[in-house]
Write a protein that binds this ligand. Structure first.
Ligand code: BGP
Length: 472
């Protein structure tokens, strides 16, 4: 639809940006923090750093938040490291961990920045992983206990809660994200059992949040990307339906309606990986009602009919860690109409609008985008200048599409791109930068870690000040 006049961004729109604990904080074993599965990782892709120091946000959060405030952030999405709060995931509370996030939240509120808290962003306590991680039902109880502690300590100040970051990526790319034991005999069966446990844990957290905090809002935070069929050939269209169901709707249908998506269930049955459902699980899943949907969007994806000849798997946009395609289900495909970023990820702003519309049509809940952004090799030029026009361009094109979606009638209440400040990429080191603020370090040379405003910093500041009107 083409409009003569666009609807403005809603008043009070939450402009901000995101980070996650293990990617930004550093201080990996300070002040009583326990090891997470990320800390327990033994190897990293060649030439990339570990997460021990990251951007040293743990020690510099005041300086960082002052910069966020200078940009005019209305919100900041960050995650809490479970292992700072409960070092072994299930035992005693670590007062220093409680104190750190309490101070961080107070610092945000000092500048009227709304904290948006992700409760769990990939960094499961390693002590729980050693006891089976999400394969073990006890992890559901541990998560509920952890959630209760967060609500009790921060619920007076935090209004927006996100349960689990990108659960769908943990299931689809479990081996890349380190949540899956690679030696398992039947990894897929195990993954969908883990998935079920995470869904139950999420439902319990949603329920608890509503019980304890009358003012708070809580929602899931998957990575949702609309899947296009590679052509209008009916078999390609069906393949896209399959992948949409397995990648996207499985997670949201459960979070919102408390039921397994029909196609996804048929897929799990065919693959012999339907989870064991304990008595009472479906009731718990059914009664948890999220207040909104948060989702991360980087790009759309494309699928074609499976050829079922062992050649259906393709790397997502050239990223070997993130393969798509599965025999008999769909074949990973690329989209010839889209440009790619430096890392081979396709760029699709229009697909963003379509994704927003599709989610809203399906679930009719307010939406917030909790990740979207461009990873690039930024160059620090003389005089502390970073001309990241490509990032501005990416963000601008995506923000334009949000406004179109708002005009389409989609209820969007915030935009929190990735990332507020440079941090360590999940599996591509710190040279893959996303931030509005440059952190002066290399993969193995920490230099002075000083903060430098990028060109996009000034651009975003103006954009926020105009509530999304001033795009150029
Ligand atoms: C999302 C994760 C983030 C972040 C982002 C960028 O999947 O939620 O933690 O890492 O992707 O991806 P990458 O770091 O691989 O470039």
């Amino acid at each position: 639809m083409k409009y003569n006049t666009l609807a403005p961004f809603p008043k009070g729109f939450l402009w901000g940006a995101s980070t996650s604990a293990y990617q930004v904080e550093g201080a990996w074993k300070e002040d009583g923090k326990g090891p997470s599965v990320i800390d327990a990782r033994e190897s990293y892709p060649e030439g990339t750093t570990d997460f021990k120091v990251a951007s040293d946000h743990y020690h510099r959060y005041k300086e960082d938040i002052a910069l966020f405030a200078e940009m005019g952030f209305k919100a900041y999405r960050f995650s809490i490291a479970w292992t700072r709060i409960i070092p072994d995931g299930d035992g005693d509370i670590n007062p220093k961990g409680i104190e750190f996030y309490s101070n961080l939240i107070d610092e945000l509120l000092k500048y009227d920045i709304e904290p948006i808290v992700t409760m769990y962003h990939f960094d499961l306590p390693n002590a729980l992983q050693e006891k089976g991680g999400w394969s073990n039902r006890a992890t559901i109880d541990a998560f509920e206990k952890y959630a209760k502690i967060l609500f009790e300590h921060y619920g007076d100040r935090v209004k927006y809660w996100l349960t689990i970051n990108e659960q769908n990526m943990m299931i689809l790319h479990g081996s890349a994200l380190g949540t899956l034991d690679p030696n398992l005999e039947d990894p897929k069966k195990e993954l969908y059992q883990q998935n079920h446990h995470m869904l139950v844990a999420q439902a319990k957290a949603i329920h608890l949040c509503h019980e304890l905090l009358s003012e708070a809002k809580i929602g899931p935070a998957p990575n949702i990307a609309l899947i296009y069929p590679a052509s209008s050939q009916p078999e390609d269209v069906l393949a896209a339906f399959n992948y949409n169901a397995i990648r996207n709707w499985l997670y949201l249908d459960m979070a919102v309606y408390g039921r397994y998506n029909t196609t996804a269930w048929a897929y799990m049955k065919e693959k012999g990986c339907t989870p064991q459902i304990a008595e009472g699980d479906m009731e718990i899943l059914k009664c948890a009602k999220p207040d909104f949907i948060a989702f991360n969007y980087y790009t759309s994806q494309t699928a074609e009919a499976s050829r079922d000849d062992g050649s259906d798997t393709a790397a997502r946009g050239g990223d070997q860690h993130l393969q798509t395609g599965e025999a008999g289900v769909y074949r990973g495909s690329s989209n010839p109409h889209l440009k790619k970023n430096d890392f081979g990820w396709e760029i699709d702003p229009v697909g963003f609008r379509s994704t927003l519309r599709e989610i809203y049509d399906r679930y009719q809940l307010p939406l917030i985008i909790t990740e979207n952004g461009l990873g690039a090799f930024d160059q620090l030029e003389e005089g502390d200048v970073i001309n990241d026009d490509y990032r501005i361009d990416y963000l601008k094109q995506h923000i334009e599409q949000i406004q179109l979606a708002v005009t389409d009638g989609v209820d969007v209440f915030g935009y929190s791109p990735w990332s507020a400040i440079d941090l360590i990429s999940t599996h591509q080191g710190c040279s893959k930068r996303y931030g509005f603020i440059y952190v002066n370090r290399d993969e193995f040379d920490l230099k002075d870690l000083r903060r430098i405003r990028k060109k996009s910093f000034y651009w975003y500041k103006e954009l926020i000040a105009s509530n999304g009107e001033k795009l150029d």
